[in-house]
Write a protein that binds this ligand. Structure first.
Ligand SMILES: [Cu+2]
Length: 163
């Protein structure tokens, strides 16, 4: 389901989340958050896993990732593999600070909301291995993280340096 429809459906169940079209930029409201979540082109684009030139495998446990920093090159298509060795669901997403700020807020407000519609992240149940491909198109400092409620705050995140 496209993200916007997902949000619209969620807004019915969570009225506080309904986007206010007049809120404008900087309001910190849902419409503002959604801009940060949908404009993924500012840090890259979905990649074709079959054309990935590099694979990064990250293990998740309760509650941590097995690595804290990644160095990538602009333009390389990276296949990110998440292996969940824990007993809880975990997520692996890539993005910039604004993306995670918005995404984490959304996950906290709507726990259990499936984010599989997003091309820059995956969710793995205990024992599952899942993957996605992403191409960082510009140099810069980014993050990978799990946005399950509380996990980011407990340190389930790492730095991605693209240069
Ligand atoms: Cu997690």
């Amino acid at each position: 389901m496209p993200l916007r429809l997902l949000i619209a459906a969620a807004a019915l169940a969570f009225p506080a989340f309904a986007a206010d079209p007049h809120a404008g930029h900087g309001g910190g409201h849902a419409s503002h958050d959604m801009d940060h979540m949908e404009d993924l082109a500012r840090f890259g684009a979905p990649g074709d896993p079959a054309k990935a030139t590099r694979t990064v495998t990250i293990h998740a446990r309760d509650i941590a990732f097995d690595q804290s920093a990644l160095d990538l090159k602009p333009g390389e298509t990276v296949k990110f593999v998440l292996i969940n060795d824990g007993t809880q669901d975990h997520e692996l997403g890539v993005g910039d600070a604004a993306f995670f700020e918005a995404h984490i807020k959304m996950m906290a407000e709507m726990p259990g909301m499936a984010m599989d519609a997003m091309p820059n992240m995956v969710t793995a149940k205990p024992g599952e291995t899942v993957s996605f491909a992403w191409t960082f198109t510009t140099a810069g400092s980014f993050e990978f993280a799990c946005a399950m409620p509380g996990h980011y705050e407990l340190g389930m995140k790492g730095a991605i340096t693209v240069k």
